[in-house]
Design a protein around this ligand. Structure first.
Ligand SMILES: *[C@@H]1O[C@H](CO)[C@@H](O)[C@H](O)[C@H]1NC(C)=O
Ligand SMILES: *[C@@H]1O[C@H](CO)[C@@H](O)[C@H](O)[C@H]1NC(C)=O
Ligand SMILES: *[C@@H]1O[C@H](CO)[C@@H](O)[C@H](O)[C@H]1NC(C)=O
Ligand SMILES: *[C@@H]1O[C@H](CO)[C@@H](O)[C@H](O)[C@H]1NC(C)=O
Ligand SMILES: *[C@@H]1O[C@H](CO)[C@@H](O)[C@H](O)[C@H]1NC(C)=O
Ligand SMILES: *[C@@H]1O[C@H](CO)[C@@H](O)[C@H](O)[C@H]1NC(C)=O
Ligand SMILES: [Ca+2]
Length: 534
């Protein structure tokens, strides 16, 4: 009875699996497959379904104060510039146009939109930035579409960031005259070929004036780019996925964590700016559509909102926001993204438990992917241990590194650099707790300190003198433990020696070798010294 149920379940899952494979969407991470030895889990490369990412985006508009209505303001339309009865008032919910109206779900055909102040300060350009953040790597699955009410900008740039806004790159330029605005040849996506589809282009397709009601949308064309590989109706997605694996930069081109629109000039409704009616120039956006999926490196089929952030639900014993690393204890091999190949199920590149017999029997703690057999020793050893490890199983730290006792052996940072002070230490090696071997007089774990009685000057040297022990004699003073600064009439390391000893040198009678100048100096100082004693 139970067996039959299990068999049925397995069959069902197999059916599901086949369905999934037929669609080729990589939407299942695993399925139960029956074999001669019973049911076993099979694992596949998998990815979450596309979603409308506008629901998860955080919007910021710049500069502050660009949103209209504070103070309340009248505006006109390009079609009828002398009928200026419309008003924006931030304090009145019916007349306010805050940024969140770019991402709301509109009901009953009522269009809601964000709107800026008008171009009152012409000719100073009316500029606005809209920054959209997700705090998650995403991959575009269809066209980005921005809907402008009252006309599309005549100049704008779409930027993207892949590192949470630290660095940005242009994604596409938009202008009614590309040459004039950006000094670029106007292009369309249809001008691109499979070899240059990741080229950043300037397009004039979405910036020309066609009346504000006719075409409100500005697009970043993803579908048309996909179609270069997958065919006009995207019927051959396998081919696209194959290219994603093999063509450098293709996947990254569609990957982002943030987007930014730089609005550089509003719709003009004609060739010139009419200075006597600036109330008709402004930006208004009613919707931003960003169809994308979470980037989970083909290790998850679900991506859920957890604590306000999108998070891949990682399978294959991976973890991290993008499933970008192996779980603790599953680092027998280095982490690898799943692969779309071979179609239709791909390769999961599962992380395997450290010390498990799966794969090879040579444990490298995730610091190497390769083992080799050494004939004359009859051992299998890891090759090219990374992360500063060494040894047959990459279980030791390289010379110049020591083991972090609180880290697991499969941690990428298990080996810490000794970092011995070059001048204070004998060599760049340390013991198991990171202590370097110091030269005489040097001290400290890194030998960058001196023992008492020594001073640091590119290494440790024994003190010559000492303020407290008053080693300098005859009124000499100790300079930084390094030397005695002697009064003029004394010399020697500790000023112990008078320059005018036994009156010989000073009287000059019996010292023909002394120069007259020295003699004079000496006499003078002798005189001074005697004077000050009285
Ligand atoms: C928009 O962003 C760009 C790039 O960071 C910046 O140079 C520019 O000043 C911003 N414009 C506005 C209006 O904030
Ligand atoms: C971004 O996501 C990470 C991982 O989910 C989280 O730790 C971090 O706090 C998030 N940052 C913000 C600003 O929400
Ligand atoms: C892309 O390549 C095609 C054919 O190789 C060429 O005709 C086209 O001009 C290129 N497009 C760009 C934007 O460089
Ligand atoms: C994760 O590791 C456990 C233990 O090795 C294994 O049973 C399980 O099948 C692994 N999961 C995947 C998806 O490989
Ligand atoms: C040692 O490893 C632990 C655990 O991973 C980590 O918290 C700690 O910062 C590491 N210590 C050093 C000095 O890197
Ligand atoms: C390393 O050297 C320090 C200082 O000599 C000593 O205290 C420590 O016990 C040594 N650690 C090991 C593992 O030998
Ligand atoms: Ca809206």
């Amino acid at each position: 009875m139970l067996l039959r149920a299990a068999l049925l379940l397995a069959l069902l899952l197999l059916l599901l699996h086949c369905l999934a494979s037929a669609v080729g969407q990589y939407n299942m991470c695993k399925s139960l497959v029956s074999t001669d030895e019973g049911s076993v889990w099979e694992h596949y490369a998998c990815q979450p379904s596309p979603a409308s990412m506008k629901d998860y985006m955080r919007i910021k508009v710049d500069p502050p104060g660009i949103t209209c209505g504070n103070p309340p303001e009248r505006f006109c339309t390009l079609e009828n510039p002398y009928l200026c009865s419309d008003e924006c008032d931030a304090s009145n919910p019916d007349l306010a146009h805050p940024p969140q109206l770019m991402q709301d779900r509109e009901r009953n055909g009522l269009i809601t939109y964000w709107q800026t102040v008008t171009w009152g300060r012409h000719p100073e350009p009316l500029l606005a930035n809209i920054t959209m953040s997700w705090n998650k790597s995403l991959e575009l699955t269809d066209d980005i579409q921005i809907t402008f009410e009252y006309g599309r900008p005549t100049i704008m740039v779409l930027d993207k960031s892949m590192d949470h806004g630290h660095s940005w790159q242009p994604f596409q330029f938009y202008a009614d005259d590309c040459q004039d605005a950006f000094n670029m040849q106007p292009k369309r996506v249809r001008d691109l070929s499979p070899t240059n589809l990741t080229r950043v282009i300037c397009t004039e397709q979405y910036s020309r004036w066609v009346g504000s009601k006719n075409d409100k949308n500005v697009k970043f064309e993803v579908r048309e780019r996909f179609a270069l590989f997958a065919g006009p109706r995207l019927q051959n997605m396998d081919n696209l996925y194959t290219r994603m694996e093999s063509m450098k930069g293709l996947r990254d081109f569609f990957t982002f964590t943030n987007l930014r629109m730089r609005l550089l000039r509003p719709a003009l409704g004609g060739t010139y700016v009419q200075r006597d009616n600036l109330l008709k120039y402004f930006y208004a956006i009613s919707n931003i559509e960003v169809p994308a999926r979470c980037k989970c490196n083909l290790h998850a089929s679900q991506c859920l909102l957890t604590e306000g952030n999108l998070q891949c639900q990682c399978e294959h014993n991976t973890t991290g926001q993008d499933c970008q690393k192996c779980k603790k204890g599953f680092k027998a091999k280095s982490w690898k993204a799943g692969s779309y190949l071979p179609a239709p199920t791909g390769t999961p590149n599962t992380c395997t438990i450290a010390g498990s017999p799966s794969g090879s029997n040579c444990e490298c703690y995730g610091h190497s992917n390769r083992c080799s057999y050494i004939d004359y020793l009859n051992i299998v050893t890891c090759v090219s241990c990374k992360h500063n490890t060494r040894g047959q199983n990459c279980q030791h730290c390289r010379l110049g590194y020591f083991r972090n006792a609180s880290a697991e052996l499969d941690d990428e940072n298990v080996c810490i650099e000794c970092n011995c002070n070059q001048l204070g230490s004998i060599h760049d090696r340390c013991n198991g707790t990171g202590f370097c071997q110091c030269k005489d007089g040097a001290a400290g774990a890194k030998c960058d300190d001196c023992l008492p009685g020594y001073y640091w000057k590119q290494g440790c040297y024994p003190n010559v003198c000492d303020e407290e022990m008053l080693l300098c004699q005859n009124g000499g003073t100790c300079h930084m433990n390094q030397k005695c600064v002697c009064p003029p009439e004394f010399k020697g390391v500790l000023c112990q020696q008078s320059r005018c000893e036994a009156g010989k040198d000073c009287n000059g009678a019996s010292s023909p070798r002394l120069s007259t100048a020295a003699l004079l100096l000496c006499t003078l100082s002798y005189l001074l010294a005697t004077l000050s004693h009285h």
